[in-house]
Ligand binder design. Structure first.
Ligand code: MF3
Ligand code: CO
Length: 250
């Protein structure tokens, strides 16, 4: 069941999403060679305390940490670790969520650690742009399939592939609500976009095959061919005035 939010509920969703954006911006500064993803986790715990919010991910379906930190071939849901040391040329997706006064915020982006290989840099840029194109489709009267098509067409025409096993989602009083928001081909037109829908759009893009698998830790999603992957996510409200990106520091 898709829940439509009132304008005052959407107003309330601004705070958790702004806080997520601010925390992610701080974590980005720590993505330097020699840092571990464990240090990023520690910092994110401090920041959650500072903002007096709650983690949206910690213990969600048993997820052990506050932050998802996915390096190189890790697609999403990378568990922070003392053993995961960042090196020049790595890319890392930081995915973070909080709850504030009953409402959720969720966002992610991929950071380049120092100088990154041109093909990988291109993939990161194409993924970022695919999210912008997805956001542009968030208009009353469009369909979910327009979002999927915008991402897939852009990504594949640039020679990369779209992850199929994980999708975006509705968000509000829960982290994951209906509808699911795929980034790849589905029959169209499907569900109509309506005023008050709030969606977490999150294209995941691979350099090689779209196929992924889950590591034995039960969480970390990696590409089947070991090639790198990028991920960007924003929480976006659909309003009569067009898309309202809640998870941006404005
Ligand atoms: N942004 C991710 C998602 O919506 C983060 C979830 S991590 C989890 O799936 F641990 F909370 F599952
Ligand atoms: Co999400």
């Amino acid at each position: 069941m898709v829940v439509l939010r009132t304008m005052s509920e959407i107003e309330k969703m601004k705070r958790p999403n702004r806080i997520v954006a601010e925390i992610l911006a701080e974590l980005k500064e720590l993505c330097r060679p020699g840092r571990t993803t464990f240090e990023l986790e520690e910092r994110s715990r401090e920041l959650v305390e500072k903002y007096q919010v709650k983690s949206a991910f910690h213990q969600y379906r048993g997820y052990p940490d506050y932050l998802c930190a996915s390096v190189n071939e890790e697609v999403v849901h990378g568990i922070p670790s003392r053993k995961k040391v960042l090196r020049e040329g790595d890319i890392i997706s930081l995915d973070f969520g909080v709850i504030d006064d009953g409402f959720y915020g969720d966002a992610a982006f991929t950071v380049e650690v120092g100088q990154v290989e041109p093909a990988v840099k291109k993939m990161v840029e194409v993924t970022k742009e695919s999210l912008s194109r997805a956001i542009a489709q968030c208009r009353v009267g469009n369909h979910l399939s327009d979002i999927a098509q915008a991402v897939q067409t852009w990504v594949e025409s640039n020679g990369f592939s779209v992850v199929r096993d994980f999708v975006g989602h509705g968000i509000g009083r829960n982290l994951h609500e209906d509808p699911q928001v795929p980034n790849f081909g589905i029959p169209k037109p499907n569900l109509k976009l309506r005023e008050g829908m709030v969606l977490a759009l999150e294209p995941m893009v691979n350099l090689g095959t779209w196929r992924v698998r889950i590591l034995d830790d039960g969480w970390t999603v990696v590409t089947e061919d070991g090639k790198p992957s990028a991920h960007f996510e924003h929480t976006v409200a659909i309003t009569e005035k067009g898309p309202l990106v809640l998870s941006r520091v404005n």
